[in-house]
Write a protein that binds this ligand. Sequence first.
Ligand code: WQD
Length: 324
Amino acid sequence: MWLVTGGAGYIGAHVVRALQRSGREVVVLDDLSTGIASKLGDTPLVRASVGDREALRAAFRDYKVDGVLHLAAKKAVGESVERPLYYWQENVCNLQVLLEEMTQAGIARFVYSSSAAVYGQPDSTDLITETTLCQPINPYGATKLAGEWMTTATAAQYGWSAMSLRYFNVAGAGEADLADPGVFNLIPLVFRALDNQVPPQVYGDDYPTVDGTCVRDYVHVVDLADAHVAACEYVETHPAAGNTVLNIGTGRGSSVLEVLDTVSAATGLDATGARVQRRAGDPAQLVAAVDRAREVLGWTSSNDLSDMVTSAWQAWKSHNGETE
Ligand code: WQD
């Protein structure tokens, strides 16, 4: 039985469905601070924080848990700057409790949700490998990196098999009810601008990139969920392998303007952007080298940017009504 923390969230709910489709049994632990219980259907839900030792102990015992996927975390970069200690509490202190209770329960399989935010602002625009220097530039990225370190040391000492998945820019929806409810990232912000009939904002067009706008590696949440299934499979079949760190992206970069063109094509609406000033802290280009994920997991993404935008738009319309 796999316990998925944060399983009622945007990514978590996709992971839960993918695990169930793979034939695995799942129990979710989620405090529903941002998660939505209705995404879980019949999946058992323990409504608790990851920092709640008693709830963890009971869940491990009652559901005979033998592996944990840990996705529950705070993930808003701006908020992490304003409330750093809250982020360290939620993302690092709570993880310490989880890992300690796992050692007590003898659970030795762990999959950890990390982020490309651990890389910060790389100097070069080369593809980012897992050995690229990690220099996070905000508390969110720092807490994710600290979590990897805690996982590495624990896995080594207690003979675990663990995986830390560094997600790049996650987008899209597997089914309409699983859409990202937040309007924080580029694609939902563009959709909201279209709804409001204002031009989407482009944060800077003088970067040293193909068209001057920032380039990111957008990965479909359905592919990301499949990467988690592959990670579970790996730790199930490779005991005591320690912590393996993997980039999870497509290996292909898209500029902001390319995203806007793709939105125009997918929606039939005019998503021509309006240039505004750069946003502080944005690296010009962040694109994953994905060789290690392919070699270790046999996983590569199969959906492209158009699939992400189209599925996200369908889900957006079903939640927000027609815009046309
Ligand atoms: C994407 C690109 C913007 C909005 C963030 C976090 C990261 C991870 C994913 C994890 C950038 C540009 C955006 C807009 C724009 N979080 N943009 N106009 O910043 O790459 O990554 O989310 O949990 O840690 O930092 O994602 O979606 O905010 O921006 O031009 O209205 O779109 O400059 O280049 P980002 P994003």
